[in-house]
Design a protein around this ligand. Structure first.
Ligand SMILES: *Cc1c(COP(=O)(O)O)cnc(C)c1O
Length: 355
């Protein structure tokens, strides 16, 4: 840290992304990327003529892509906000609604970026403890006095709240913005996007990073009331109006045009998830019922960190968190059936040696 850094930031604990090691080729099951490539249409959209056009700035409003997303979700273009990954949107939401001592509420076990953004923007935040079994008592988020952030399905647990519960939270907080982060909704959750017309305090956040095989392109979007979307545009135009590059916009449009390919991938990932759960249960794992493209698993026969390290040694990366409540667990992204077979075989060997 330099002596020049503003004292506001000197105590900031930055977000720690899952590792992206470059030393050897791993089976990568640690950052919830899709194991499947983008569609043929998406690949074709990022072509020589698009690269030639890189000399020009992109459309700062991404109008063509905005229109396609609006049609897919049955809303107007004014209800859609595009950003450089959904993290960009979460940042703007904290900046707009929870900064400088304003309050925010999120679960104690959830996406680690919420507390980072809360600290960055000086939010007075409260972490609401999940129940013993990691389920969420949605009533604890009802009628609070600040912004609410709920990942649904939640990360890293994979557990999902039903739409009725989500609606109760939105309805009971008419004076506060409720952000529903749906990064994993395409793997079996229920989207709150249909509620946007009914509630002006709702912001639904989604991403192309998980179900749409575009983590490297950085593209997220939000669905909300015209007023909320207007707030976000104001902040975006005050920081970086060209926050989405041309190639990503082109890829995003082709991706929406080939939505059925991505729906097929989600179906395969759900099937592979259920297969993996049943195989790991045979090996004595306890696994939370997941609606995401990952599972959260522990086994009393082996320490969470030990399993993570041994798998890494053998070329398989999973995600281990060190915080007290979840350190017995590993979060394992669902890959292809072949990758998951390798994972199960390796875990079998590791456990046999451990006992
Ligand atoms: C992956 C993830 C994000 C961020 O996704 P990007 O669009 O890649 O920035 C946001 N929220 C949750 C819960 C996630 O798991």
């Amino acid at each position: 840290m330099s002596k020049f850094l503003d004292s506001r930031y000197s105590g900031l604990a930055a977000y720690v992304p899952g590792e992206q090691p470059q030393d050897k080729k791993y089976i990568k099951l640690n950052t919830n990327e899709s194991p499947y490539p983008p569609s043929e249409e998406t690949l074709a959209a990022v072509n020589k003529s698009q690269v030639e056009l890189l000399r020009l700035y992109p459309d700062p409003d991404g109008r063509a892509l905005t229109k396609k997303i609006a049609e897919l979700y049955g809303v107007e273009s004014e209800n859609i906000f595009l950003a450089n990954g959904s993290d960009d949107i979460l940042n703007f939401a904290f900046m707009a609604y929870c900064a400088n001592g304003r309050k925010s509420y999120f679960a104690d076990i959830t996406y680690g970026f919420y507390s980072v953004f809360a600290n960055l923007h000086g939010s007075d935040y409260t972490e609401i403890p999940l129940e013993e079994d990691f389920s969420s008592d949605y009533k604890k988020f009802c009628g609070v006095d600040g912004g609410v952030f709920i990942a649904n399905p939640n990360a890293p647990t994979g557990l999902a709240l039903g739409l009725d519960a989500v609606e109760e939270v939105i309805k009971s907080n008419p004076d506060n913005v409720v952000v529903i982060d749906e990064a994993y909704v395409d793997f079996g959750g229920e989207s709150a996007s249909s509620l946007v017309k009914k509630y002006d305090n709702l912001l639904v956040v989604q991403t192309f990073s998980k179900s749409r095989s575009m983590a490297g392109a950085r593209l997220g979007f939000a669905i909300g009331s015209k007023e909320i979307i207007g707030d976000l545009h104001k902040l975006r135009y005050s920081t970086n109006p060209y926050n989405i590059n041309r190639l990503t916009l082109a890829a995003g449009e082709a991706t929406i045009d080939s939505q059925s390919y991505y729906d097929g991938n989600c179906k395969k990932i759900i099937e592979t998830r259920e297969w993996t759960i049943s195989e790991l249960k045979k090996l004595g794992f306890e696994i939370l019922p997941s609606k995401a493209n990952f599972i959260f698993a522990k086994n009393d026969k082996i320490d969470g960190e030990k399993l993570y390290l041994e798998l890494k040694e053998q070329g398989v990366l999973v995600r281990h968190f060190t915080s007290q409540r979840i350190k017995a667990y590993n979060r394992i992204t669902i890959g292809t059936p072949e990758q998951m077979q390798v994972l199960v075989e390796k875990i079998k060997d590791i456990i046999t040696e451990a006992v």
